[in-house]
Design a protein around this ligand. Structure first.
Ligand code: NDP
Ligand code: MN
Length: 394
């Protein structure tokens, strides 16, 4: 078999003003909504009140859970799921970034299976998600995680220092609403972090062992869009065209990772955030991406090296056309330049990660993410290699 693929299963509305459709779209899926949002941004900007209004005027009742923290926790999931069951909600509406959307998906599973006590077992794949999962409607407020169209959720267990990701066909949001009027309020720091997440998704999908001719054009297009728009959105949040470019890139990246997954950058970055939940997802990715890219180029096949040269080209580097190692290494340079332009230059030490923790984090990464790590195109099969990635990212 050359490839296996299924179409994304989310109905998406994207553009300026589509937020007003939330009630109408949700009413197609359920009658009683649990609205899952973050600590304060959506309330402060007025979008939470508008969401409740829109739902109620379409005949959908709304219960608000505003507890999804950045790097959402198992406790957030349990609290949200209790509220969901208590209020007999039959649809979960996520209003926020990746953290709110991922929390919403995990809540939909814990509540849908009426199994809050074992919520972590679903997240680490010990229990299977089924059609009992409550449908999710996603309103994304960042251009980042792709979670509005992915089948994944990533949740942190603070007691175990573990940030684990899981996914299933039941976790695709049924409806997704992407209004750039919301993302234009992102502060530069979150624009940078979430925007880098988009780039990491497509660089990883494009160099994953399963990457294929269907997913490749999405990845390359998304890279071009990030190169053309991320710095602009970072410097001027109100630049709607730049915001739209990032929204499309974010969506293409979500499709790509749902189809083929990531490689090693996401697993090790997520594991770092599991130990240090205050480190934003996008910052962890920015810190660790260049060392993994270099390793893949140094140890990769001719075909893989060519792929990194294509990344360099899509990111606007002047490649020679030979598409050998020299061109491939320009992709690492491009990422370094981008990090500088958008303020994501910090190394692990600047982020407070202790060097003595490196081996333990490496071991945990292999425990939680072996499958994803094995899909890396060059072999990363032991703690020493991962520890070295950390040492080179200090
Ligand atoms: P978050 O959802 O964590 O949000 C980051 C911060 O931005 C929060 O403080 C939030 O505030 C604020 N914020 C969000 N939207 C706005 C806005 N429009 N205006 C002003 N402030 C805003 O960020 P990301 O979207 O980057 O999500 C990261 C998470 O997504 C990680 O946990 C990561 O692991 C996960 N992820 C999931 C994937 C998937 O496929 N499911 C793939 C990749 C990453 P407040 O809390 O107050 O709302
Ligand atoms: Mn990500």
């Amino acid at each position: 078999m050359d490839l296996s693929y299924f179409l994304p299963r989310t109905d998406l509305l994207l553009g300026t003003g589509v937020f007003s459709k939330l009630g109408e779209e949700t009413a197609k899926v359920g009658k009683a909504a649990l609205v899952v949002t973050g600590k304060s941004s959506m309330k402060r900007l007025g979008f939470l009140d508008k969401a409740v209004e829109s739902l109620e005027s379409a005949g959908v009742s709304a219960t608000v859970f505003s507890g999804a923290e950045p790097n959402p926790t198992l406790q957030n999931v349990k609290d949200g799921a209790s509220l969901c069951i208590e209020n007999k909600c039959d649809v979960v509406v996520a209003l926020g970034g990746g953290s709110s959307m991922d929390a919403a998906k995990a809540i939909a599973i814990a509540a849908g299976h009426n199994d809050i006590e074992n919520a972590w077992e679903y997240i680490v794949g010990k229990k299977a998600t089924t059609e009992k999962t409550i449908p999710v409607v996603a309103v994304t407020s960042t251009s980042g995680s792709g979670s509005h169209v992915t089948m994944y959720s990533v949740v942190t267990n603070r007691e175990k220092n573990e940030k684990a990701g899981f996914g299933s066909e039941f976790m695709f949001p049924r409806k997704s609403i992407y209004d750039v009027e919301i993302t234009k309020h992102l502060p530069p720091k979150v624009t940078a972090e979430s925007g880098f997440d988009v780039l990491a998704h497509v660089m990883e999908a494009f160099t994953n062992k399963k990457s294929n001719a269907i997913v490749d054009p999405w990845c390359l297009k998304a890279m071009e869009l990030v190169a053309a728009n991320l710095e602009k959105a970072f410097n001027n949040g109100e630049d709607i065209e730049a915001r739209k470019g990032m929204a499309i890139a974010d969506t293409l990246a979500g499709f790509a990772i749902s189809a083929v997954g990531v490689n090693t950058i996401h697993p090790i970055s997520n594991t770092v955030s599991g130990f240090y939940p205050e480190i934003a997802h996008g910052q962890a990715l920015a810190t660790l991406s260049q060392t993994v890219m270099k390793y893949n180029i140094e140890n990769g096949s001719v075909e893989l090296v060519k792929r990194y040269a294509q990344i360099a080209q899509a990111l606007g580097q002047n490649v020679s056309g030979e598409m050998g190692k020299e061109d491939a290494l320009l992709s690492v340079k491009a990422v370094g330049e981008l990090r500088k332009k958008i303020g994501l230059e910090k190394g692990l030490a600047d982020l407070g990660v202790l060097a003595e923790k490196f081996p333990e984090i490496a071991k945990t990464a292999l425990k939680l993410y072996l499958g994803a790590i094995q899909s890396n195109p060059s072999k990363v099969d032991n703690e020493e290699i991962i520890t070295k990635f950390f040492e080179e990212s200090k």
